[in-house]
Design a protein around this ligand. Structure first.
Ligand SMILES: [Ca+2]
Ligand SMILES: [Ca+2]
Length: 467
């Protein structure tokens, strides 16, 4: 392998450029209601914007699947849920793909020192989805300590995971400060003789919406998300079936707000505080990169595993194929390739990450990947790019996002179509409109032609299941 030679010699500048370090930042459940993507948002993300200023911001980036496990498994193995059968949060992704090299394994095999901390793979069953083969060194996500009692009343059927508030008082006691500290230390002490791939998995703004008091206090006024009354009237049966399981969260929150007025607004503010906190932890890691002599030869990636509804379309949660749950912050900094402060408006989904990182790091391409490298867009954000973003949630349910349209087809064959030039909130389903038959046909051709059956769930071994 190419880098085996490099192990015996000092790690020279030429090697740096050919095999750059990689800083791989993953955020959990951060949607597009942040100032990085929405300048009118009260949720300020100065550190994400600082990173975007160093490279390229993708304004139409989407997850491969709107849930932690299938999104992360698809991105980190380069294989879509329709290839692996990993559709759900409990699906045993490693059992489904025992021989598949993750992105990190590719870098390990090429001689990189691969380190990581926090939530990289989904943490279902208290870390049982951690993949030791992917890392030379790994600091697992710190246990989720909870306040001694609930800080707020949960909505009906809500667990402790739906709680919110100012907690803990010390920032250093948070899961993410501990993961950031590991990554800061790694950036201070990289291996002298070979490149490093460093993965940092930030858990916030994932629920419960706890962040230290300062993040709640510093918030400007946060409005409620925009909703349309009777938005569901034009939704097809497929949507009703898919959304049935999570309906309790919205109806439960409405009931709670009727009982304790202001609860819903507090909940929204707490999500905003968690986004600001998440941004701050990323800022700490970026400061450490800035202080590193290897900063100019480090590829940086930042992505969120999916978005989140906060009441838009009468939905609180992920687990949907609409824009708010699938549209994500995504930034790439590739020294010598991306122009600082550039933006790309082409739609991309996260199956692009695996092949792109191999290409940028001088590693051989992997023909099994479902996605394609977006290196042409990194070089020229206006390059011809016909391919839309593809999202899948549960067997048979897919969304195709082009520059203008979102097309959704559910397992029962029913459809939705939204025109983002006139309807950014996806309030008017145009799928039944004969005028758009050709548009739908054009998007349908990107649907997967082959769909793997769902794989078995990872079985609990007497351990508590994570949310
Ligand atoms: Ca997530
Ligand atoms: Ca509607």
């Amino acid at each position: 392998m190419l880098l085996a030679v490099g192990l015996a010699i000092p790690w020279a500048h030429a090697a740096e450029l050919q095999h750059p370090d990689v800083l791989f930042l993953i955020v959990d459940d951060m949607n597009d209601w942040v100032s990085l993507l929405d300048p009118e948002s009260p949720i300020q993300t100065p550190n994400l914007e600082r990173l975007a200023g160093q490279g390229m911001l993708f304004t139409r980036a989407y997850c491969a699947s709107p849930a932690c496990n299938p999104s992360r498994a698809a991105t980190l193995t380069g294989l879509r849920p329709t290839t692996t059968g990993v559709y759900g949060n409990k699906s045993d992704w490693r059992g489904a793909t025992p021989d598949r090299k993750t992105i990190m394994q590719q870098f390990r095999a090429a001689g990189y020192d691969v380190r990581g901390a926090g939530k990289i793979f989904h943490h279902h069953l208290d870390g049982a989805f951690h993949d030791p083969a992917s890392f030379d060194d790994f600091q697992p996500m710190a246990p989720q300590n909870m306040p001694p009692q609930k800080l707020n009343q949960a909505p009906e059927y809500g667990s402790a995971n739906t709680d919110w508030g100012a907690w803990p008082s010390e920032e250093s006691d948070t899961i993410d400060a501990k993961s950031a500290a590991y990554c800061i230390e790694a950036l201070k002490n990289p291996p002298a003789d070979r490149p490093m791939f460093l993965a940092c998995g930030v858990f916030k703004p994932h629920s419960p919406f706890f962040a230290p008091p300062a993040y709640h206090e510093s918030l400007a006024d946060v409005p409620l998300p925009l909703r349309l009354e009777d938005d569901w009237l034009d939704l097809p049966t497929g949507a009703e079936k898919l959304m049935r399981k999570t309906k309790w969260f919205w109806t439960g929150m409405q009931a709670l707000d009727a009982r304790i007025p202001g609860s819903y607004h507090d909940f929204i503010r707490a999500y905003a505080a968690c986004c600001a906190f998440s941004d701050a932890q990323i800022g700490r890691v970026l400061d450490a990169l800035k202080a590193s002599p290897r900063r100019d030869s480090t590829v940086v990636v930042l992505w969120s595993d999916h978005g989140f509804h906060l009441g838009e379309k009468d939905h609180i949660e992920k687990f949907a194929l609409w824009e708010k749950t699938n549209h994500i912050p995504f930034i790439m900094v590739a020294p010598g390739v991306t122009v600082p402060g550039s933006r790309c408006e082409a739609p991309v989904d996260m199956t692009a990450l695996y092949p792109t990182l191999l290409e940028l790091s001088g590693l051989p391409p992997d023909p099994a990947c479902d996605g394609v490298s977006i290196a042409p867009l990194l070089k020229d954000p206006k390059a011809d790019w016909e391919r839309p973003a593809l999202m899948t949630y549960g067997p048979g349910n897919h969304a195709v996002r082009s520059r203008r349209w979102r097309y959704i087809r559910y397992a029962d064959g029913t459809e939705e179509l939204y025109d983002h030039t006139t309807d950014p909130h996806e309030w008017t389903n145009l799928a039944g409109n004969p005028e758009h038959v050709a548009v739908i046909e054009k998007h349908r051709k990107w649907l997967p032609t082959r769909e793997a059956k769902p794989v078995a769930d990872l079985k609990a071994k007497g351990k508590k299941e994570a949310h």
